[in-house]
Design a protein around this ligand. Structure first.
Ligand code: GSH
Length: 356
């Protein structure tokens, strides 16, 4: 219903070049939601599709997987849902596509997916050249680790001399381990797989003495092992893995839209706005909050969205802290400390540019 109304309104706005008033579905009120025409071909296509097609891993609890109720869940999944909320006021207006590491960029370039939200490290060569993604802000600062079995006697990377290490092809992990072992002068055998499940089962069968990946992924995968305590992650963090969503090149407005939806989640945490207190915050006298929530100003319109797009995102998905806690926090099997993923005001790296 809401979906239909918004598509219709958008279509009318686009065809006639008119601004059309619609009503928000979050009960947020009396405030006017203005849908403006858009310069983004991708946004128009997504609006016409009536849903966002989002590329995820689908194999990684905490980030993207199908939970016990059959629903996609995880931090990467919530980014897809946040973008769908901003556009459609509906976090379920998403079709998820599982992509392997080596499939992911082609799927964006070919237009098979509208957004890639798949534990993907932002690097220079992925930003430029033949891959040429347009990356959005980092949603999780990670680093690469190495996991071994607790009784292997391996406690440093040097102990991996002459051993086999499993990882997935098409990843930064494959390249980073090679760099680190070369600089340490350690001879080892790298065994790569296109299918991550095979990489981990090969490790569990003992055919590789170690498996390497982003630390969050090692923790996520370990939580699903038959006996997680039998596996330890070495202290060394061998790389920086800033994980960020990405879209295809050449559509700056689409890229801005995804960027500012992510910024909404971070800025909402900074302003203390949650899905719980949102209605109260809509009555705030604070000019910054009024502008951010679209009670005043037209920040959303400039993105091709409604001015209450932040309200939609926070209402359906929550702020960054809510997203983090739900997927990776102490009540989840991953139980990952926020560390670098805290707000800048708490000593972390999460920082949104101003909403003005
Ligand atoms: N962040 C790294 C690694 C990403 C990655 O694909 N990791 C593998 C594990 S090594 C994974 O998540 N596989 C899950 C899958 O293929 O669904 C990158 O962007 O290259």
């Amino acid at each position: 219903m809401a979906l239909g109304q918004i598509n219709f309104s958008t279509l009318v706005g686009l065809c006639l070049g008119l601004a059309v008033a619609t009503t928000g579905c979050d009960g947020s009120s009396d405030q006017e939601n203005t849908t403006s025409s858009s310069d983004s071909r991708k946004l128009i296509q997504v609006q016409n599709q009536g849903q966002l097609v989002c590329g995820v891993s689908g194999e990684l609890p905490g980030f993207s997987y199908v939970d016990s109720t059959g629903r996609y869940a995880g931090l990467d999944v919530d980014i897809c849902r946040a973008v769908a909320s901003a556009i459609f006021d509906d976090p379920d207006a998403v079709e998820f596509r599982n992509l392997s590491a080596s499939e992911r960029f082609t799927a964006v370039k070919s237009g098979e997916v509208d957004l890639l939200s798949r534990n993907t490290t932002w690097t220079l060569s992925r930003d430029t050249g033949a891959i040429g993604m347009a990356f959005s802000p980092v949603v999780f600062y990670d680093g690469q680790g190495v996991m071994v079995s607790a009784d292997s006697g391996i406690s440093t990377l040097a102990d991996l001399e002459g051993r086999a290490i499993c990882t997935q092809t098409g990843t930064t992990n494959e390249q980073n381990i090679a760099d680190r072992m070369t600089s340490l002068g350690v001879e080892y055998e790298l065994v790569v797989f296109d299918d991550i499940n095979v990489a981990y089962s090969t490790y569990l069968q003992g055919r590789c003495q170690a498996v390497t990946s982003d630390r969050s992924q090692l923790v996520s995968r370990r939580s699903q092992f038959p006996v997680p305590e039998e596996h330890v992650i070495l202290d060394d963090t061998i790389s920086k893995e800033p994980l960020a969503p990405a879209v295809g090149p050449g559509d700056a407005q689409w890229s801005d839209l995804v960027t500012w939806v992510i910024n909404v989640t971070i800025h909402a945490e900074e302003l203390g706005i949650t899905s719980e207190n949102l209605q109260e915050m809509l009555n705030s006298d604070n000019p910054e909050i009024k502008r951010f929530l679209g009670v005043e100003g037209d920040l959303g319109e400039d993105l091709g969205l409604t001015n209450d797009f932040a309200v939609r995102v926070i209402n359906h998905v929550g702020n960054y802290e809510e997203i983090y806690s739900r997927n990776l926090g102490p009540d989840t099997p991953l139980n990952l400390e926020r560390n670098l993923n805290q707000l800048w005001t708490d000593g972390g790296l999460m920082y949104s540019p101003p909403f003005r």
